[in-house]
Design a protein around this ligand. Structure first.
Ligand SMILES: [Fe+2]
Length: 590
């Protein structure tokens, strides 16, 4: 069967294609439209998926949308009516959004693709999250927890899944419903701390390490644990359920003090800066504690050893690490795209296994489902611009790149198919030597254009990861897709300063050779030169832009920022003249 999955109209649209039970391709709309977190109907992603597989819409057996639009509409309508008259301003806005696109998903999809309406199916939103987590993981039985901001009504579900010859079952036992939501709680603090909701959650997590959880008792006033093991929010502190412009109430501000304005820099040397860092640390702690409690109860209830985590909350690597350590589960699986984009793949897999009852199949265990880079484009564009451009044999490419990294230069690294999900896992990465905090600061300032308190992640081969990082049992699995945060061993922190966060941790990618052989070879070659096979690995984009997809987008970014050398394997381009980062090179050799 050929099944297309779609997520759209909320945040980070995507399309994914599953043929005969196995993913063929998947891509976020933002990677093609070049609008970060593009939520529009993913026309470009759908077209690319069909082209890539050589299919026309008529060949599809089903197109599956990642949520039940009418249920979502019901939730928006009910919430607005409950909050009336406070909601009277936001009501027309919510209705316009819903009536415009969300409710009419079946009609939009069938008319866009020119397929009969009966071929358009729907999953519940958290079924798609659960399927994206469970059906892509190398496990046959696992407990499942999904948590996000909100889908239709559910904001968190717990259950279990089983893959067996007689069929696949995904059973969601219980759910927490809107407006009670861990994702919305965290996002409310994201907004309060002056960051963009749905994008700035990483910044809250990065800032948390600079603070102390001094305000945990205050945060606990906002969230109460319920006798059934779930939680409820005190809605007096929130406005997201009744307003489209503000997520926290004046009572929230009375409790935590004035919010940070988005354009105010965070100066951690001031009392005000520290207050915000402490606030981030406190919400982070409460989120972790709540998830640990709920997963521990789920482990006791199911008696299972494996846990699959889905939903945007599963992007919180610090929480995932505590769940691994404290829940009692031996293995924790987080897919490369646990958020809403991943629901496109989840919805297609759910329809295949559960709705159509197709036989169980193993899903390849990697994130590389997007468009492939075409090195010829780079060869041509850089050649026309008169830059130093070469096509190298693989061995030469690895050796040359390792030399450049060892000399303190920053590399734009593109190869093969791009990642599905928010993280660069070695096919669209900016790579650099990991040893100097100068490199981190310059990357933030001159290349990524982002706040200096945000850490960079390292990548290291699985065989040597334990030497540099404190990895408990199960950590390598979480590290496969950069889903956990672990301590850098104290004796290596000074030599891994660019990737060691202020609290001594790192969101390490533990690279299995078969997942990215070329990057593995580069780590080996770099290790032969520096003695430490660890590289800084950050996504190949500048602030405000999606991760680059094509060779030309990589080239354009390379031209606009201080990257020294660009690789679209096997083609290499270097900027003319001395490196803009020469000072790093000099300091690195001191
Ligand atoms: Fe979601």
């Amino acid at each position: 069967m050929k099944i297309l999955g779609i997520s759209a109209h909320y945040h980070d649209s995507a399309a994914a294609l599953v043929c005969d039970g196995v993913p063929v391709c998947a891509v976020q709309e933002e990677r093609l439209s070049r609008r970060k977190n593009d939520a529009a109907f993913p026309a470009g992603a759908i077209e690319w998926c069909l082209d890539h597989a050589g299919l026309s819409p008529d060949d599809l057996d089903a197109v599956v949308f990642y949520e039940r639009s009418m249920l979502k509409f019901e939730r928006i309508l009910t919430s607005a009516l409950r909050a009336f008259p406070r909601s009277w301003r936001s009501f027309p806005h919510a209705m316009k959004n819903s009536l415009g696109e969300k409710v009419w998903a079946r009609g939009i999809i069938s008319s866009h693709l020119g397929i009969p309406r009966r071929k358009v199916l729907f999953t519940r939103h958290h079924e798609a999250h659960a399927a994206a987590a469970f059906l892509t993981a190398p496990t046959r039985r696992a407990a499942i927890l999904t948590a996000d901001g909100v889908g239709e009504w559910a904001t968190l579900t717990v259950g279990h899944g089983e893959r067996a010859d007689r069929g696949t079952a995904i059973t969601l036992l219980r759910e927490v419903r809107f407006p009670h939501s861990l994702g919305m709680l965290y996002s409310t603090f994201t907004a309060y701390l002056g960051f963009a909701v749905n994008e700035g959650e990483y910044k809250v997590m990065g800032l948390a390490a600079h603070g102390r959880p001094t305000q945990v008792d205050r945060v606990r006033k906002l969230i109460r644990r319920t006798p059934d093991g779930a939680f409820a929010l005190d809605l007096d502190y929130f406005e997201y359920h009744s307003s489209t412009t503000r997520s926290y109430s004046s009572r929230f501000v009375e409790l935590f003090g004035p919010p940070r304005l988005p354009y105010e820099p965070i100066d951690l040397d001031t009392a005000e800066g520290q207050r915000f860092a402490d606030c981030a640390s406190s919400i982070q702690r409460v989120l972790e504690d709540t998830l640990v409690d709920m997963t521990r109860a789920l482990q006791r209830e199911t008696g299972l050893t494996d846990l699959c985590l889905g939903g945007g909350v599963a992007l919180n690597g610090v929480a995932n690490t505590r769940i691994l350590a404290e829940s009692g589960f031996e293995r924790v699986f987080v897919p490369p795209a646990p958020g809403d984009a991943g629901c496109a793949l989840g919805a297609a897999l759910y329809a295949d296994r559960v709705y159509f009852g197709q036989p169980d199949r193993d899903v390849p265990d990697h994130p590389f489902w997007g468009p492939r880079v075409d090195s010829k484009d780079l060869l041509r564009a850089a050649g026309e611009d008169g830059l130093e451009v070469e096509e190298l044999a693989d061995f030469q490419l690895i050796e040359r790149t390792a030399d450049e990294l060892h000399a303190g230069n920053v590399i734009g690294w593109m190869e093969g198919a791009c990642e599905f999900g928010p993280r660069a896992l070695g096919h669209r990465s900016i790579l650099a030597a990991p040893h100097s905090s100068e490199i981190r600061d310059r990357l933030n300032r001159d290349i990524k254009y982002r706040e200096e308190f945000r850490p960079f992640a390292p990548v290291t081969p699985a065989e040597s990861a334990d030497r540099y990082f404190e990895l408990p049992p199960g950590a390598a699995r979480l590290g496969r897709f950069m889903s956990g945060v672990f301590p850098v061993r104290p004796e290596w922190r000074a030599r891994l300063a660019a990737i060691t966060h202020v609290d001594g941790t790192a969101r390490v990618q533990v690279l299995q050779r078969e997942m990215a052989p070329r990057l593995s070879a580069l780590l080996d070659a770099y290790g032969r030169r520096s003695g430490i096979p660890v590289l800084l690995n950050t996504s190949f984009n500048v602030a405000g832009e999606p991760i680059v997809c094509s060779a030309l987008e990589g080239y354009s970014t390379f031209r606009r920022c201080a990257i020294d050398m660009l690789v679209a394997a096997p083609v290499v381009v270097r900027k003319r003249g001395p490196s803009t980062l020469k000072s790093i090179k000099e300091e690195a050799t001191v």
